[in-house]
Design a protein around this ligand. Sequence first.
Ligand code: GDP
Ligand code: ADP
Length: 196
Amino acid sequence: GPRPVVLSGPSGAGKSTLLKRLLQDCEGVFGFSVSHTTRNPRPGEADGKDYHFVTREEMQRGIDRGDFIEHAVFSGNMYGTSKAAVQAVQAKNQICILDIDMQGVKNIKKTELNPIYISVHPPSVQTLEQRLRDRNTESEESLQKRLQAAINDLEISKEPGLFDAIIINDDLEDAYTKLKGALKEEIAAVQTSKDS
Ligand SMILES: Nc1nc2c(ncn2[C@@H]2O[C@H](COP(=O)(O)OP(=O)(O)O)[C@@H](O)[C@H]2O)c(=O)[nH]1
Ligand SMILES: Nc1ncnc2c1ncn2[C@@H]1O[C@H](COP(=O)(O)OP(=O)(O)O)[C@@H](O)[C@H]1O
């Protein structure tokens, strides 16, 4: 099947915005790997679509059973990619997109998944903070944790070879064009196999 795609980058960099657009624009080409999380759903988020929202006990049981390819704690909540989430997409012969943090990137590198790694960056930490504030989803404490993680992860992202592409999300149209461009061969391959 097609190579999966990992989208990483700081909270608030624009990963969900870009990937939602990609899913709509290239209908049937991509499938989202629905992660598990212990954080509370935000208004508008649907269980089983944006995340599988679970308790810490349920998540820990799944980890102990070996259900997860990778898992991490981010900003005080647990997150993880289940084997089933990736298999559900791969069974449809779609390009599986994973939206995961830096710990997830490092752990996926130890697996056989062999994805394309893309990092989405904000134009500056100031802009990131403004976008996160305007999104209105975080408490002040959660916002500060995300900004600290962002500063740390932006530094780690400079490591040569960690990512296949880094997309700076300043103008959204421009960033989207770059993201689609970075994946054009994979998109074409899936479209060709669908036509045949
Ligand atoms: N390692 C890992 N990170 C994840 C997973 N799902 C989501 N994340 C990351 O967890 C972080 C927080 O996600 P979320 O609470 O949805 O906040 P947002 O990124 O600010 O919208 C982001 O960096 C996500 O990429 C997962 O399954 N594994
Ligand atoms: N290029 C952009 N210009 C202005 N605002 C943006 C841009 N991209 C995303 N946003 C906004 O910034 C916020 C964070 O984006 P989001 O996609 O939720 O980030 P992430 O999924 O990486 O946490 C959202 O409110 C989104 O609408």
